[in-house]
Design a protein around this ligand. Structure first.
Ligand code: FES
Length: 85
């Protein structure tokens, strides 16, 4: 199924790119921009982004690596205690 009509990217291309990135670097965070880059393309109109993201989310290799989870929560906890009265 074609997901991105501007760049002629299929759901198979997206899954292959996500799988390849995860195999190459288990700690990487996979983004749509990285998928386009891995396929040697760049987004044009962006109209496909909801379907593009939905297709990426169906891939089990998209998960954020365990060691990178919870980083945002730690940062927000620090901001609550800025030392102000
Ligand atoms: S349809 Fe994907 S960038 Fe236009």
């Amino acid at each position: 199924m074609i997901v991105c009509h501007c760049q002629n990217i299929t759901d198979h291309d997206i899954h292959a790119a996500v799988d390849w990135m995860r195999a190459a670097d288990p700690t990487t965070i996979v983004t749509p921009g990285k998928v386009y880059h891995a396929l040697g393309k760049a987004a044009d109109c962006g109209g496909c982004m909801p379907l593009f993201l939905s297709t990426m989310r169906k891939n089990p290799n998209l998960e954020v690596p365990m060691q990178l989870r919870g980083l945002r929560r730690d940062r927000t906890q620090d901001k609550r205690h800025e030392g102000r009265r």
